[in-house]
Design a binder for this molecule. Structure first.
Ligand code: FNR
Length: 433
């Protein structure tokens, strides 16, 4: 498959020619500037939620440090004039080895939230993984995407009935796979969020998959047990929070004023995480869907073997962008061990720390089949809406294309560990040689 013109090296020309007319890209190309502009565009709560990681944020640093440990060793004089970035994943050919990671509460970044991302992903042919914690129901996103590829990310709550309902809805929405996220059986210790005492879900944000679900809505007729004895102090801020919950709850004014919005938040908080989840539960999910199931958050080689043993179809090596466990292994550092355990039996995807095309190249060279882009597309959404997301996708893919060519390669199949060397003082020996 040849690259659509918007997805290849032509991106550089597009930017530079527009510059002749004085027009700059809608969002910065340079990753650090993109983050800095997003910080300016977002509210303090939104920036803290999106950019923050767990604890001292060592894991997020480890993610980047892991990329910096690998260096590309290019080969010369190899005719790289024709390049192909396409890859096949679960029977579908994608224009590039890139997906959009599931990200909660995109409504904090932009008014059009998941809809803007869905449109951008569809326009660029890059699959969007709908988050379980989205700001827009999956049906609405699917509608604006036409036939474009999309997957669904699942959090396994304490209600199996709700989990089954989400999976059925994802199937009806044309999702090509279920990504079961395993690393969030409880919420990470997010010091930045705790310091401003803010969680979007309590304000009724990021609950769209739930409040649009018949099983969840029915559960609101039953009494919800209080999560703790703590009640918010009665202040103007708590009244405002209640108004936010009412505003975000879908339905008629009668429903909005029925107490359901508060009940929805309480029900959600009481049920959305399931620390008791174990390998034994997977058979139940396996029986319920014919869609490929990928486990997201696998970092240990033994867990990778267990995933295959339990009939899973793929793995996403990820540490949730460092948001869950502080002091954890950098995700890229975990990739080789997982790949060795998987022995090519299922596709292994990767996320956590991807900021540009050269990062994608390194993850592929170590053996990943494809990668998921996370925070950078949220930053682009905040700065430039749908257009911003399209641009960041184009930029990452274009940089991958340029990196591939400059490394002396022409297709993903040619990218292997021999293209990398592990950074060691004085070492120049490519890996595998
Ligand atoms: C996430 N991530 C995430 N993962 C998931 O499975 N379900 C979700 O709802 C979310 N929500 C979410 C919100 C925000 C604000 C962030 C930054 C991340 C994790 C995400 O899918 C991915 O693993 C990370 O974003 C990868 O790290 P980087 O590359 O973004 O740093």
């Amino acid at each position: 498959m040849t690259q659509p013109p918007s997805l290849g090296r032509t991106r550089q020309i597009e930017i530079l020619i527009s510059g002749v007319g004085g027009r700059l890209p809608a969002v910065p190309v340079e990753p650090r500037r993109l983050a800095a502009e997003a910080e300016r565009a977002l509210s303090a709560e939104a920036w803290t939620y999106v950019a923050g990681s767990a604890g001292t944020e060592e894991t997020a640093d480890a993610n980047r440090a892991a990329f910096e440990r690998w260096q590309i060793v290019p080969r010369m004089l190899r005719d790289v004039s024709q390049r192909d970035l396409s890859v096949e994943l679960f029977g579908e050919r994608l224009p590039a080895p890139l997906l959009l990671a599931p990200i909660a509460v995109l409504g904090m970044a932009h008014r059009q939230a998941d809809l803007a991302v869905a449109r951008a992903a569809a326009a660029e042919g890059v699959p969007m993984i709908f988050s379980n914690q989205a700001s827009v129901p999956m049906e609405d996103c699917a509608r604006v995407m036409g036939e474009a590829p999309r997957w669904f990310q699942l959090y396994w709550s304490t209600s199996d009935e709700l989990v089954a309902s989400f999976v059925e809805r994802a199937e009806r929405c044309g999702c090509g796979a279920i990504v079961l996220t395993l690393d969030t059986t409880m919420m990470g210790w997010r010091a930045r969020d705790l310091d401003i005492a803010y969680l979007p879900f309590i304000h009724g944000q990021g609950l769209a998959q739930y409040t649009s679900d018949p099983v969840f809505r029915k559960s609101l007729d039953e009494p919800v047990e209080a999560l703790t004895g703590v009640r918010p102090p009665r202040t103007p801020a708590s009244v405002l929070a209640l108004l936010e919950q009412i505003y975000r709850y879908p339905g008629t004014w009668a429903e909005k004023l029925s107490g359901k919005p508060l009940a929805a938040v309480q029900r959600f908080l009481a049920t959305y995480m399931r620390p008791s989840l174990s390998w034994d539960h997977l058979a139940w999910l396996r029986e319920r869907t014919k869609l490929p199931i990928l486990l997201k958050g696998i970092l240990h080689p033994e867990d990778a073997k267990m995933a295959i043993g339990h009939g899973m179809d793929g793995i996403v090596v990820s540490n949730h962008g460092g948001r869950q466990l502080d002091g954890e292994i950098g995700a890229l550092d975990a990739l080789p061990g997982v790949l060795a355990a998987v022995e090519g039996k299922v596709p292994v995807l990767f996320d956590s720390g991807i900021r540009g095309g050269a990062d994608v190249f390194k993850a592929l060279a170590l053996g990943a089949t494809a990668v998921c882009l996370g925070r950078p597309y949220v930053y682009a959404l905040a700065v430039g809406g749908e257009r911003g997301v399209r641009e960041v996708i184009k930029n990452v893919v274009a940089e991958l294309d340029v990196t591939l060519g400059l490394a002396g390669l022409t297709s993903l199949a040619e990218i292997g560990p021999e293209a990398l060397v592990e950074r060691r003082t004085g070492s120049t020996s490519p890996r595998g040689e």
